[in-house]
Design a protein around this ligand. Structure first.
Ligand SMILES: Nc1ncnc2c1ncn2[C@@H]1O[C@H](COP(=O)(O)OS(=O)(=O)O)[C@@H](OP(=O)(O)O)[C@H]1O
Length: 288
């Protein structure tokens, strides 16, 4: 994986020929839509949008603004790679196209499909305290239901069954990172998956971005000056060429309430799964 420069062209090798239009000449300097060289595969509510926007600060990175849901939605997948490519931004040779669809991580059919597209693709996985992630996941669903005037259940009702955590709750399952990662590791070598600490990205984005640049074999171009703390929002916002940009109001919403007792129960529940995840990735996180 460290042999990243292809044929002295200066382009990272994961931007393989399969990632560019088959009909084009590789020496062309024209912009084209190319398949992604890197994908942010999840986790849902982990900070995937923040990571994508922050990577986009790099001059050699172009991102697909919308989530494409190509590998996880059958109707999209059936449309084929030409359709997928057509969803991508235009790039120059050597630029990296990045797509993010957080739903990829937990969808069993996705790893093999991504491999079939490009076995050298770089994968970014941004994780966050799984208990916090679950509450964030619930809060998003709640918000959507409230907006559509649909009925909703309080979180505790969904989470607890007779005073115990209900393992069937979908948002809980999405926080069992070790189970989902195991499926990716059946297909991709560990070095091809870069784990980003989503809690650290919230506290101080720059160090996480520097590590991501390194993983993508990009020259260091993102700097601490690209970030400033917005006290009104309570999050870092982005600064580039004199323009500033904060993530929209769907990011960083106040979380739905959950009793301290239920939260403690949740943390207890995740203790073992978290350990398994830490072993898999070879590092630990200070989660609850
Ligand atoms: N800089 C900055 N600004 C705003 N929000 C930030 C930022 N960095 C990380 N985050 C966290 O991103 C969380 C949303 O994660 P995702 O973008 O992955 O959500 S989604 O799955 O695409 O819906 C979102 O989760 P919630 O706080 O629970 O809303 C944020 O905490």
């Amino acid at each position: 994986l460290r042999e990243l420069r292809s044929g002295g062209s200066g382009s990272p090798s994961y931007l393989s020929s399969s990632s560019s239009s088959s009909s084009s000449s590789s020496s062309s300097n024209a912009t084209q839509q190319r398949l992604p060289g890197a994908i942010i595969i999840g986790v849902r509510k982990g900070g995937t949008r923040a990571l994508l926007e922050m990577l986009n600060l790099h001059p050699d990175v172009e991102v697909a603004k919308a989530e494409v849901h190509f590998f996880n939605v059958e109707e999209h997948y059936r449309r084929g790679l030409a359709w997928y490519r057509a969803q991508m931004p235009f790039t120059l040779p050597g630029q990296v196209t990045v797509e993010k669809t957080p739903g990829y991580f937990a969808a069993p059919q996705v790893p093999a499909r991504v491999w079939d597209m490009n076995p050298a693709v770089r994968l970014l996985l941004i994780v966050r305290d799984p208990a916090e992630r679950l509450v964030s996941d619930y809060t998003q669903v709640l918000h959507n239901r409230l907006t559509r005037h649909k009925p909703y259940q309080p979180l505790e009702e969904l989470l607890l069954h007779k005073g115990h955590i209900d393992p069937g709750y979908k948002a809980l399952q999405r926080s069992l990172y070790h189970q989902h990662l195991a499926r990716w590791l059946e297909v991709f070598p560990r070095e091809q998956i870069h784990v980003v600490d989503g809690d650290a990205l919230i506290r101080d984005p720059f160090p996480e971005l520097r590590k991501a640049e390194r993983f993508l074999d990009l020259p260091p171009r993102i700097s601490p000056n690209n970030f400033y703390y917005n006290t009104t929002k309570g999050f870092y916002c982005l600064m580039s060429a004199g323009h500033d940009k904060c993530l929209d109001e769907s990011k960083g919403r106040p979380h739905a309430p959950l009793s301290a007792e239920a939260f403690r129960e949740l943390c207890r529940y995740f203790r073992e799964p978290n350990k398994l995840f830490f072993e898999m990735v070879g590092r630990s996180f200070s989660w609850c």
